[in-house]
Design a protein around this ligand. Structure first.
Ligand SMILES: Cc1ncc(COP(=O)(O)O)c(C=O)c1O
Ligand SMILES: N[C@@H](CCCC[NH3+])C(=O)O
Length: 415
């Protein structure tokens, strides 16, 4: 589904021209499409119809409260990794009983708050975390629902920084050790074992690694059953890839059909934690050309968005498609699109054939996931605004950060 399309020579987000958004809210600005986010969530949920399931949006991919609210209204669950994300979900109207809590470093405060509001499940990533959770739950005199995140040692075939299911990664419990840790969990009085969890990586473009991991999890579920440990749900994490350039990620329907087949005859509910799939192609980063700088070796378009706004190209050498908002006629040149930050790694795209003039608007596509959430204040740049388009209307769901807000909390030393 493509919600960003040209009409009469101008790029639109649903019914709103991106040029109008730039005029009203300035640049750089993230622009999201409600219709896209809803359609992607529904595609996941619809594929699972007839099986007990929970689609928990991975909040780390885009934690804007407007975005979370759109999903909460559809009845989505949420996958969180901090109490900050927990508070965002609550502020957005998310249902605590549909929250799963992932992450290798949950603090005692994180655990207390999640137990207080009553999350669906803790995805526990180590034996030491399990012992801590038992202690915190005992102090509160409650039972904590628990899944162990196992590391199935499969190669997701994705960028090494976003691959999480290999033995050498910090995530999860080695599948070889999992039975013993489950046995311990079953002994602990303030824990209730309910699931098995895994997440092997992000931006996967083939199904095999998902299905290999699932097969390994099912073997574990059977072994646990012989010990009398009954697993109620399988959490297969997120990770389904999207198209940034010419990738051909699997269709959600094919993925779920393959999962369905493997679960036939079993009494298991399913949990998924998709992030990128729901939001990546539902967002663009809108930016303006400040200068065109021609050197003997290169043509640079210096734009007002930078690596602090969108770090994916610098960090993962990620390809982000760039489209002119109002394309011009003329002879294209090969531009590197670079920001104002004092780093050679500050680029959003390289060697793009474009016809540009100073002041032109550009849309960096597929920026709805791991965009704003990974932004920083490097070079004392305020964070971009975020706008949600809903049909013919555009709402500012986060205003541009002012310098006052940026400095808040800092102070001089006493005289
Ligand atoms: C535990 C966990 N769940 C879900 C996700 C979401 O992944 P994706 O955005 O690739 O769907 C991640 C990020 O990779 C993760 O670490
Ligand atoms: N931030 C990464 C994905 C990380 C997934 C989180 N476990 C990206 O932009 O591709």
């Amino acid at each position: 589904m493509n919600t960003f399309e040209y009409r009469d020579g101008s790029l639109f987000a649903e019914g709103v021209a991106l040029s109008a958004i730039a005029q009203r809210f300035g640049t750089p600005t993230y622009v999201y499409s409600r219709a896209h986010i809803e359609a992607q969530y529904r595609a996941y949920a619809d594929a699972l119809v007839g099986m007990p399931h929970l689609v928990c949006f991975a909040v780390k991919a885009n934690s804007n409260i407007g975005v979370l609210n759109v999903l909460a209204r559809l009845g989505a669950g949420f996958d969180i990794v901090s109490s900050g994300e927990l508070e965002r979900v609550l502020a957005a109207g998310g249902e605590p009983s549909r929250i799963v809590f992932s992450g290798v470093g949950k603090s005692r405060d994180d655990m207390r708050r999640a137990l207080e509001v009553g999350v669906h499940c803790f995805n526990v990533e180590s034996g030491v975390e399990l012992e801590r959770l038992q202690k915190v739950a005992a102090e509160m005199d409650v039972k904590a629902p628990v899944s162990l995140r196992v590391n199935p040692d499969v190669d997701a075939g994705t960028h090494p920084y976003i691959s999480t299911g290999l033995k050498e990664n910090k995530f999860g419990i080695d599948i070889e050790q999992a039975e013993a840790v489950y046995a311990r969990a079953a002994e602990l009085p303030n824990l209730e074992v309910i699931g098995v969890d895994c997440h092997i990586g992000s931006q996967l473009t083939t199904l095999e690694p998902f299905l290999d991991a699932l097969d390994r999890l099912l073997l574990l579920v059977d072994k646990l059953a012989t010990r009398g440990i009954v697993i109620k749900h399988l959490d297969l994490g997120g990770g389904l890839g999207v198209q940034y350039r010419d990738e051909q990620p699997p269709q959600i329907g094919d993925y779920i059909a393959a999962v369905r087949k493997r679960l036939e005859g079993r009494d298991l509910a399913l949990v998924f934690e998709p992030g990128r799939f729901i939001v990546a192609n539902g967002g663009v980063l809108l930016t303006q050309v400040e200068y065109l700088k021609h050197t003997e070796h290169k043509d640079f378009a210096i734009i007002d968005a930078a690596m602090n706004d969108l770090i994916r190209p610098a960090l993962y050498q990620a390809w982000m498609e760039v489209s002119p908002v109002q394309p011009r006629e003329g002879e294209a040149r090969s531009y590197d699109l670079v920001g104002p930050i004092c780093e050679t790694g500050d680029f959003l795209a390289k060697d793009r054939q474009l016809v540009l003039k100073e002041g032109d608007l550009l849309a960096v596509r597929s920026a709805g996931a791991y965009g704003f959430v990974m932004s920083s204040n490097y070079n004392t740049r305020g964070r971009a605004a975020e706008v949600m388009v809903d049909g013919e209307q555009a709402f500012e769901v986060r205003r541009r950060e002012t310098l006052d807000e940026l400095f808040a909390g800092e102070s001089r030393l006493p005289e």
